[in-house]
Every structure is written in structure tokens, then in C-alpha cells.
Ligand binder design. Structure first.
Ligand code: GAR
Length: 197
């Protein structure tokens, strides 16, 4: 069985969408894959409640208890790699995981770590994507699923969804419209990856 480990920092709605889709579409039977664990760098991340309620291993690794970025990433890597199975390295899914990862960490999971970013990349990498799209007068906004590379928010694109920017939109209303699309494209992109492997 191939294990998927999902990393979160907050509400974990993308994680929940992936877990629900995996169940509904029988990823275990279809692809020999399952969501094995959810890891948060914040103890109060709302998504941990959902993960525990669904019988997933829900682990907290608080970055503030580590002396350096390298030390945190090394511990995170050790935690994740416990879910490797023979012949099946873990697939790492970043879902609202708000940490910049070290080059060594990214290299270790090359080709098997995905991220979702709330903009139509390559536009608006980084933070405050919705406000920046509004400020730029964009008529469309959206989200991108991509493979993670050393180039922050700019790895190969796996899937995208666009939504219109509507008159009167604020960052929060636009974010909500984009998020509903994230919940569609992220599970779909992961299923596509599992199908190809
Ligand atoms: C999502 O909108 C995701 O695209 C974004 O954080 C939110 C997490 O929501 N990710 C980033 O901004 C990454 N730079 P969720 O915890 O409910 O999935």
C-alpha cells in the first residue's frame, strides 16, 4: 500500500476534501493508496480534529520547538519517512502548510511532493494572493496544484482552476470562491498522479 502524508497548518479543508475523495472513489482498491497520516506544525490546527475523527494518525510537530529550519525539516522528514512501505515511498501532500522548506527536504521528495497555491501560477506566488489579484485588476483568479521544487510556488503545474472576479469582491469573498475549486482540483490531481505511478 502506498501511503500519502498530508501536511497542514490550519483548517485543513483541502486535506478533508482529499480524505473524503479517497474514501468515495476507493483509492485503496483503485490505486493501492491511502491517506495514512496528517501532520501539522501547529497544535491548534482545526484540520487535526477532522483527521482524528476519521481515524487517521494526526501528528503535531511544532516548528517553534526547533532551533533551526534545518532541524525542523530533518525531524519532519524522519516522521514522514516512517510511512514509506517497501517499494512505495510516501507521497507528500502540502495542503495549506505555511512553511518554507529547505532545499534538502525538497530534494528528498522530488517528484513526489505536491502543493496547492491560491492563485493562477506563475502569477502571485507567495502570500496575500487574493488581495494582490484584486489590486492588479484581474478578471480571473484561481488555484494551482503543482509539484514542489526548490523554486517557491513555481514547480511543474499539475492542475488549475479559474474563477471570475466579481464586482464588489473582497479578498475573503474571492478566497471562498477559489477554495471551492481547490477542493475539486486537489483530489483530482492526486488521483491523476496515483494513476500514473
Ligand atoms: C488554501 O487556500 C491553500 O491554497 C492556501 O492556504 C489555504 C489552506 O486552506 N495555501 C497557501 O497559501 C500556500 N502558500 P485549508 O487549510 O482549508 O486547506
Amino acid at each position: 500500500m502506498k501511503n500519502i502524508v498530508i501536511l497542514i497548518s490550519g483548517s485543513g479543508s483541502n486535506m478533508a476534501a482529499i480524505v473524503n475523495t479517497a474514501q468515495r472513489d476507493h483509492w485503496a482498491e483503485q490505486y493501492g493508496a491511502r491517506v495514512a497520516a496528517v501532520v501539522s506544525n501547529k497544535a491548534d490546527a482545526g484540520g487535526l480534529v477532522f483527521a482524528r475523527a476519521h481515524g487517521l494518525a494526526a501528528e503535531v510537530l511544532d516548528h517553534k520547538t526547533f532551533a533551526s529550519r534545518e532541524a525542523f525539516d530533518a525531524a519532519l522528514m524522519a516522521l514522514i519517512d516512517r510511512y514509506d512501505t517497501p517499494g512505495h515511498p510516501v507521497l507528500v501532500v502540502l495542503a495549506g502548510f505555511m512553511r518554507i522548506l529547505t532545499p534538502g527536504f525538497v530534494e528528498h521528495y522530488a517528484g513526489r511532493m505536491t502543493n496547492i497555491h491560491p492563485s493562477l501560477l506563475p502569477a502571485f506566488g507567495g502570500l496575500h494572493t487574493h488581495q494582490r489579484a484584486l489590486d492588479a485588476g484581474c478578471r480571473f483568479a484561481g488555484a494551482t496544484v503543482h509539484l514542489v521544487t526548490a523554486d517557491l510556488d513555481h514547480g511543474p503545474i499539475l492542475d488549475q482552476a479559474a474563477v471570475p472576479v466579481l464586482p464588489g469582491d473582497r479578498a475573503d469573498t474571492l478566497a471562498a470562491r477559489v477554495l471551492t475549486q481547490e477542493h475539486i482540483i486537489y483530489p483530482r490531481a492526486i488521483a491523476d498522479l496515483l494513476r500514473k505511478k
